[in-house]
Structure formats: structure tokens, C-alpha cells
Write a protein that binds this ligand. Sequence first.
Ligand SMILES: [Zn+2]
Length: 274
Amino acid sequence: MPSQFEAERQIVEIGRRVWERGYVAANDGNLSIRIDLDRIVVTPTGRSKGFLKADDLVVVNLKGQKLAGRLEPTSELAMHLFAYNSRSDIGSVVHAHPPKATGFAVAGVALAQCILPEVILSLGGVPIAEYATPSTPEVPRSISGFIGTYSAMLLKNHGVLTLGKDIYQAYYRMETVEHFAAVSLTALQLGGASPLSKANIEDLIRVRDKLGIAGPVDICYDCGACTPSDGEAGSGTQRASEQPAGTPAAAEQDTDQLVQAVLEEVRRRTTKQA
Ligand SMILES: [Zn+2]
């Protein structure tokens, strides 16, 4: 775990990157780093992440009591504490509102197709947590079903939360989620993404296992390969494949299957006649 001094330096640096990439507007977003078993350094409320100084940051314990700093901690402190208290492997929490991924969160569309190898390798899946009023205890409750197994999640009508062993991993996961959203959006505009094949996904899962990447691979509606065996995902986890029907991807899949069935029937009849 980094020293308080090093953690402050890292938060200032990553805060500037999050702001420069347009992942936050005005005073949005919050970042934190664990510095020992019971203390974290966290961003203050009401400050742009693009212009932080080390002495703007606040040190709190895992009960949320302020130990150092002249400013007050982020209003989303409870979400950060919940992550650290739930997972001892987590060294950093990043929350932002990157516009494309947040668009998926607002539309209620999970990032739920096996289309990008790097997403399958690094994140497994990106579930969508039910809407919760920001800064209330509803937020930890809304993510409680996912936090044990996922390291990136969409917060409905709000933004994105990523976790990592350090702030760089948590930040890169934020980049991966936003990149995944940008690619998915472009593919949707071009008529829909073509998912990787079942064999491709199985190969990737083998690579993941070999690399020792933990966490579920449970992403999509239709590849059939990424769904974990029973009990692998945490209980209470809302699987991407259980998203309500009627979302664009689900509707698209239904249409695809229908078209496929019709084509096959036509082909069968024409071969008979020939
Ligand atoms: Zn937020």
C-alpha cells in the first residue's frame, strides 16, 4: 500500500487525467486509495478533479471518521467505504461519469455483449446496478449484489464505478469501460455488433485463467460460452443475461433468430424443390 504522501500524489495525477478525458464535469466524480488496513485518502466534496492539490485531500478511517484534511470528504464516501469494507483486495476506488458509458447507464442498457477480447480479459462483465440517490445509503445497497465479484459496474442514471488493486488499475478499468461503451455505440449505429464466437470466448476464458484473472465472465445475451457455472457468481448478482427483455440487444437477438429461422425454412423448401 502506498504512503499517504504517495497516495496524495497519485490521486492528484489520476484526478487530472479523469478530468482531461472528459470523464467528469465540474465537481463530479471521486477517487480514493487505501493507505493501510484502516485508512484511505479520498477526494474532497465540491472540488474539480482536474485541479486538485495534495492538501485538498482528506484522510478517513473505514468507519468514515475524518482523521486529517481541511476539507470535507466526498459526499459519496459511503460507496467507497462499502467497497473497501467488502473487499480486502481492493486498494483503490474510482467513480466518474464518462459520457458514453453513463449514456448506457441512463438508457438502462447493460454493456452486455462479448465483442471485445480486452473487456472479457480484464473485466469479465459490466453489470448495471439499480438506481440509487447519489450520496445516500441506497448507493452501497444498490451495488451490494455486484461488489463481491465485479470490478466495474454501471450505476443506473448516474455513472460508473471501478475498483482496482491500485489507482492505476481502477483508472484503466474506467478507460476500458468507456472504450467498450464507445465501440458498442458505434457498432449499434452501424447495425449491431457481431459477437465473438463461442470458441473465441472459450479461448479467452482459458487465457484469463492462465493469467490468474479472478472474477466472473458473465457478459452477454447470446454467445453461450461466457455464462459461469452455477454458484460461480456471487449470490444476488443480477446477471447481464437476466436483463429485462426489450432492451435493444435482446430485441435485436430475437429479430436475428427469427430472420435465421425464416431463412432456413426458405432454404429447406427451395432445396426440396430442386
Ligand atoms: Zn457520481
